[in-house]
Write a protein that binds this ligand. Structure first.
Ligand SMILES: CC(C)(COP(=O)(O)OP(=O)(O)OC[C@H]1O[C@@H](n2cnc3c(N)ncnc32)[C@H](O)[C@@H]1OP(=O)(O)O)[C@@H](O)C(=O)NCCC(=O)NCCS
Length: 235
């Protein structure tokens, strides 16, 4: 059984809604509205269609239970995860995957007994956000990672962490240098995220005092936040 990471398309939106809703039913933290948050984000000017991804199961009638992966859009064209398109080779009209340093999504073998009619098993999206000064002026463009979802049946197989690693590389290749999120510190520190207080960034909204370390930032480009102080708002 293969998994495929590709851009989300409009035809996927209903299925994504269901995947996000179902996934957050068993989240450590949830307000039960994450699926609506996805819809809301898509309707803002900060939405980036090139940074919304799904992982789908391929060949779900296959008897094989070995996973491999590729990156493509729904039309079968591979996503070029590089600023340098010279890396493409012409192989019967197909482009090679320019993601060789991190091509490990789904390289695990696992029993696919849970396969049903669902094809999409995971989703992630990134939208624009901004560091603001105390007057609300935007002083630095950044990226907000939210939400990320893996259906319960497919968890603990590194699908979520590989999805995050791979797509963060794409975010970086698009020229963004900082990513913010509100999420579990214990989960996100493996990717290099640190609490925003570490960078002198504050939160403009309300957030539980004892969970402040769950407001996190990742410098995709080292030292990007060195000379920046201000506020973020992730809503
Ligand atoms: C978070 C999520 C995307 C991880 O997907 P996944 O495919 O299971 O991730 P991986 O297999 O790469 O990693 C699993 C590991 O992360 C840990 N983990 C998962 N969610 C965690 C959380 N919120 N806090 C701390 N650790 C967490 C698991 O316990 C597991 O740990 P282990 O490797 O020591 O056993 C998935 O659990 C999910 O969709 N959860 C519901 C939605 C959600 O909470 N999303 C946002 C997270 S802030």
């Amino acid at each position: 059984m293969n998994t495929n990471l590709r851009l989300a398309e409009k035809e996927d939106y209903d299925e994504i809604y269901a995947v996000v809703k179902e996934s957050f039913k068993t989240a450590y933290h949830s307000d039960g509205k994450e699926q609506d948050f996805v819809v809301k984000l898509r309707n803002t000017k900060d939405y980036i269609s090139d940074l919304e991804f799904v992982i789908e199961l391929e060949n779900n009638n296959s008897n094989s239970n070995t996973c491999s992966s590729s990156i493509s859009n729904n039309s079968g064209n591979n996503i070029n995860n590089s600023n340098n398109s010279n890396n493409n080779s012409n192989n019967n009209g197909n482009n090679n995957i320019n993601n060789s340093n991190n091509n490990d999504i789904g390289n695990n073998s696992f029993n696919m007994e849970y396969i049903d009619n669902k094809d999409i098993i995971a989703h992630i999206m990134y939208t624009k956000t901004y560091v603001m000064d105390d007057k609300g002026n935007k002083i630095h463009e950044a990226i907000h990672l939210a939400p990320v979802s893996v259906l319960k049946e497919y968890r603990n197989k590194h699908i979520g962490s590989n999805l995050i690693k791979k797509t963060l590389a794409i975010v970086k290749n698009k020229g963004f240098d900082v990513v913010f999120l509100a999420g579990d510190n214990k989960f996100y520190k493996q990717f290099g995220f640190k609490p925003i207080r570490f960078f002198g960034i504050k939160y403009a909204g309300k957030f539980p005092e004892d969970l402040l370390d769950n407001l996190m930032a990742l410098e995709l480009v080292p030292h990007s936040l060195n000379n920046i102080s201000g506020f973020i708002f992730l809503d």
